[in-house]
Design a binder for this molecule. Structure first.
Ligand code: B30
Ligand code: ZN
Length: 258
């Protein structure tokens, strides 16, 4: 099946999607000594809509992750702007990457350290009309990435989602859930600072269209929450859905703090 991909041999993605070996691929390992301060005369990163409860919320097992999407009241769709971004970026979906055990799961690594879970909030630039058009542009997508580390504190957003994971255990199952505002994920990008670099989608087609913003504050995930993700069946019975880190090449990584 064209467009089908798995995590057993991610190098096989290149055959159908040659850009998966392009010069600005994601994820990357973030070496703190490589991170530069961005000379920021830019407006600070801002956002709206994250505290608004959507009218409808859906979780889907798409065979390579669990994806959360919603329908918000007009003008309240979660949106980010400022910082390294030019223009408005509207939320399309939130999804997760995990591993078979606690030693791996995140896509981005910090000083070659992996985390058991990574959350991606995918936004597309409104100037490009829709996400499929945005993916064709080098600044079309902004992903806010959060690394989560095993600890005792439950994440209230994940708790709300996983209540209904039993209904989407198999690929291509989907269910509406009790809507909640995205602020339940306890987002803190604005306060704590973030690293930013230019990269790609981490799944085929690997489009080099993503401005990455990765929170420097590591969030908590409980063992029960991790096990809920691991029970979700993926295509090919993959037991993980993280892509290995890709060459940084000559790309700068910036630290931004408002
Ligand atoms: S990620 O955040 O870099 N992991 C897409 C968005 C973000 C990332 C990866 C991929 C994306 O929009 N891909 C194209 C659309 N997808 C549908 C989808 O939403 O999830 C088509 C597909 O692959 O067949 Cu999966
Ligand atoms: Zn992702």
């Amino acid at each position: 099946r064209r467009g089908h991909f798995g995590y057993t041999r991610p190098d096989d993605w290149l055959a159908d999607f040659p850009i998966c070996s392009g010069p600005r691929q994601s994820p990357i390992n973030i070496e703190l000594q490589d991170v530069k301060m961005m000379e920021s005369k830019r407006p600070p990163l801002g956002r709206y809509g994250y505290d608004t409860r959507p009218k409808k919320m859906t979780i889907t097992n798409n065979g390579h992750s669990v994806q959360l999407s919603g329908v918000w009241p007009a003008r309240d769709t979660p949106t980010v702007y400022g910082g390294p971004l030019t223009g408005l970026y509207e939320l399309a979906q939130v999804h997760f990457h995990w591993g078979a055990d606690n030693d791996a799961g995140s896509e981005h690594t910090v000083a070659n350290h992996s985390f058991p879970l990574e959350m991606h909030m995918v936004h597309w630039k409104k100037a490009y009309q829709n996400i499929s058009e945005a993916i064709k542009h080098d600044d079309g997508i902004a992903v806010l990435g959060y690394l989560l580390s095993l600890d005792k504190n439950a994440n209230m957003g994940i708790e709300r989602m996983r209540t209904d994971f039993s209904k989407i255990l198999k690929p291509r199952q989907s269910t509406d859930i009790d809507p909640f505002p995205l602020s339940l994920f306890d987002l803190d990008l604005l306060k704590e600072g973030y690293v930013t670099y230019l990269g790609s989608l981490t799944t085929p087609p690997c489009s080099e269209s993503v401005i990455w913003l990765i929170s420097v504050r590591i969030k908590d995930v409980t063992i029960d929450e991790l096990e809920s993700f691991r029970k979700l069946q993926l295509d090919n019975h993959d037991d993980h859905n993280y892509r290995p880190t890709q060459p940084l090449n000559d790309r700068p990584i910036y630290y931004l703090y408002d």
